[in-house]
Ligand binder design. Structure first.
Ligand SMILES: Cc1ncc(COP(=O)(O)O)c(C=O)c1O
Length: 391
């Protein structure tokens, strides 16, 4: 009997993050002190106002299917947020689909835009769901290196060097996971020109748009001539610390979004009804919550950077956004996988090997500083002692 189709047989199941996470949980259950820096989630509770609105709607019986593209109140609330925060102006009736997290939006897009065998340019290292969603849809991923020397900022010239005749889109992610890098306005302009010259689409994952420690987020969607070829992907997961609520969205040209909505209908019908009510409340009134969280994360970023700078042989770009760092460990002469496993076993600090985020992550490891200040100081100290004793 055949269990798997051909695509699943070549699905990457290496699970660089999963292995570490499983092991860290096991060690914790055995009583060891673990500092969890492997998972990308804020350590804050979700906003109270979102919880209260959700509970109220649940108690009022708002428990059935909703409009597939999302309840109108939520689409309008997202419009309020996007137009004010990012200058993104769109039609809430026809140009947005609310999904079960950004991940569903990414998967639906991959299934909607490409013919099998067509390619997408993905700056690497990248959020691992990109390549997995591409693989499920039969889309070829062309990895475009993000260079340490450029502070991991994507460069249009590197896209130019990688583009092929069957490339249909480029996926950008600013602020980025796992690098924490942002793409500045000037480079976004060059990337926009590149996309227009090759007549390809841009998927712009802006999940961390509020996590900026310097300057302000710029969306490529707002640059001249880009609205018609850009799909913005975003999510309530990180900015409101709502990773388990599973609400994200995609904003793009109406003729495309009609079909994205169709694919989304077949995958999940609609985002959970009462959850949408709470998320709408967060987009309308949750700005202070996000602001306070980001202020705290800036302090943590600085603490983390200070701690890592003291570790011999470890090189660091201090990230301008998100809540990750991707230190380089090539000078230590050890593979990231070996380093992260050993670090976990000997010190209890859980981090992720960089190559879990694509080929160009080799030579790096990622840590999330969305943990308490005390944990950051303690983790940096453990890493320093470990490296000094072993390399
Ligand atoms: C860049 C990026 N995009 C999207 C997501 C997924 O977001 P969601 O929880 O909305 O599916 C993540 C989660 O880590 C991410 O890092």
């Amino acid at each position: 009997m055949q269990l798997l189709n051909e695509r699943m047989k070549s699905m990457n199941m290496a699970g660089g993050l999963y292995d570490i996470y499983q092991k860290s949980l096991k060690m914790e259950a055995e009583g060891q002190s673990i500092i969890h820096m492997e998972i990308g989630k804020p350590d804050f509770d979700s906003p109270v106002l979102a919880k209260e609105a959700t509970i109220k709607s649940l108690n009022a019986g708002f428990v059935h299917y909703t409009a597939m593209a999302g309840i109108p109140e939520l689409r309008k609330a997202i419009f309020e947020k996007e137009s004010k925060a990012n200058g993104i102006i769109f039609d809430p009736e026809t140009e947005i689909v609310v999904t079960a997290g950004a991940c569903e939006a990414i998967q639906a897009l991959m299934l909607t835009v490409f013919n099998p065998g067509e390619a997408i340019l993905v700056p690497s290292p990248f959020f691992s769901a990109y390549s997995e969603a591409a693989h499920i849809a039969g889309v070829e991923v062309i990895e475009v290196p993000l260079k340490f020397e450029n502070e991991f900022e994507l460069k249009a010239e590197d896209l130019e060097a990688a583009v092929t005749p069957n490339t249909r889109a480029v996926l950008i992610n600013t602020p980025g996971n796992p690098t924490g890098a942002i793409i500045g306005r000037e480079e976004l302009g060059k990337i926009a020109d590149f996309a227009k010259r090759h007549d390809i689409m841009v998927f712009s994952d802006e999940t961390y748009d509020q996590f900026l420690y310097e300057g302000k987020h710029v969306s490529i969607y707002t640059l001249p001539g880009m609205k018609e070829r850009t799909v913005v992907i975003n999510s309530a997961s990180k900015v409101f610390s709502m990773t388990g609520w599973r609400v994200g969205y995609a904003i793009g040209p109406a003729p495309l979004m009609r079909y994205v909505n169709k694919v989304h209908q077949n995958m999940s019908t609609c985002a959970t009804s009462f959850v949408q009510v709470g998320v709408a409340e967060a987009y309308l009134h949750g700005q202070d919550f996000t602001k306070k969280m980001v202020e705290e994360f800036k302090v943590r970023r600085d603490l983390m950077a200070e701690g890592l700078r003291a570790v011999p042989g470890v090189e660091l770009v201090v990230p301008k956004g998100a809540f990750y760092m991707l230190p380089r460990i090539t000078k230590l002469g050890v593979s990231p996988r070996q380093f992260c496993m050993d670090l976990l076993e000997k010190t209890g600090v859980a981090t992720v090997p960089g190559d879990a985020f694509g080929k160009c992550g080799d030579g790096f490891f990622r840590l999330s500083y969305a943990v308490t200040r005390e944990s950051i100081v303690e983790a940096a100290d453990r890493i320093k002692k470990y490296v000094e004793a072993n390399y």
